[in-house]
Design a binder for this molecule. Sequence first.
Ligand SMILES: Cc1cc2nc3c(=O)[nH]c(=O)nc-3n(C[C@H](O)[C@H](O)[C@H](O)COP(=O)(O)O)c2cc1C
Length: 225
Amino acid sequence: MSRFFVGITGASGHIYAEALLRGLTAQGHQVDLAATPAGCLVLRHELGVEAGQAGELLAEALPGWLGEECASQIRAFPSSAVGAPPSSGTALTGAAIICPCSMGTLGRVRAGYSSNLVERVADVALKEGRPLVLIPRETPLSVIHLENMLDLTRMGAICLPAMPGFYHHPNSIEDLVNFVVGKIFDRLGIESQSGARWTGLADPPEETLESPPGISAAGETEGAP
Ligand SMILES: Cc1cc2nc3c(=O)[nH]c(=O)nc-3n(C[C@H](O)[C@H](O)[C@H](O)COP(=O)(O)O)c2cc1C
């Protein structure tokens, strides 16, 4: 089992972070967690979780948010805790995942700011050559956003936008969320129960096949011997 770092920022889509935390801990992994001040704001707005101004209440909010069992596998730190264990390259963090990742954090990680624990852990992942998975969420994207993503990808980070597909015929928001979380798990090399695996296009029923004039659905040329 590994220890992962999850950073929550002020982008929309905290439902992805929740599914990610539940999925990692359900498989027995340990998680170090921090939320930026804007992350705490959006966490309160989207999920009704009170983590304080800068994550100082995050640890005590975890059992009510995620349940005792899941919470027991998570160490939560305020975002100002730049001296916390995961801020050092000596910490054997399996991977850092910023989910969701705001354009602000994306730009600061690209520039190496390290101005809070989330940015610092991302910086450490890059310098140590460990997986850094970013889940950006913004639309439309400016040249700045796109260039930051391109540069970070060239630096070795994985930009995995919160962009669910629809080809697996989702029936619920949960299906859409699980699609993205399944992709994150794939990049972490963890077997995922949630993401739909493509098994190929089903053959369309014969009566729906449109044949060009003169050709039958079975492919025979009408009137041919
Ligand atoms: C409700 C809400 C939703 C937001 N959604 C996004 C978003 O999807 N993407 C984004 O880049 N910023 C979004 N923002 C703006 C960021 O929170 C803002 O840029 C903040 O400074 C980011 O700080 P951080 O990167 O330290 O978390 C949102 C803000 C609020 C209040």
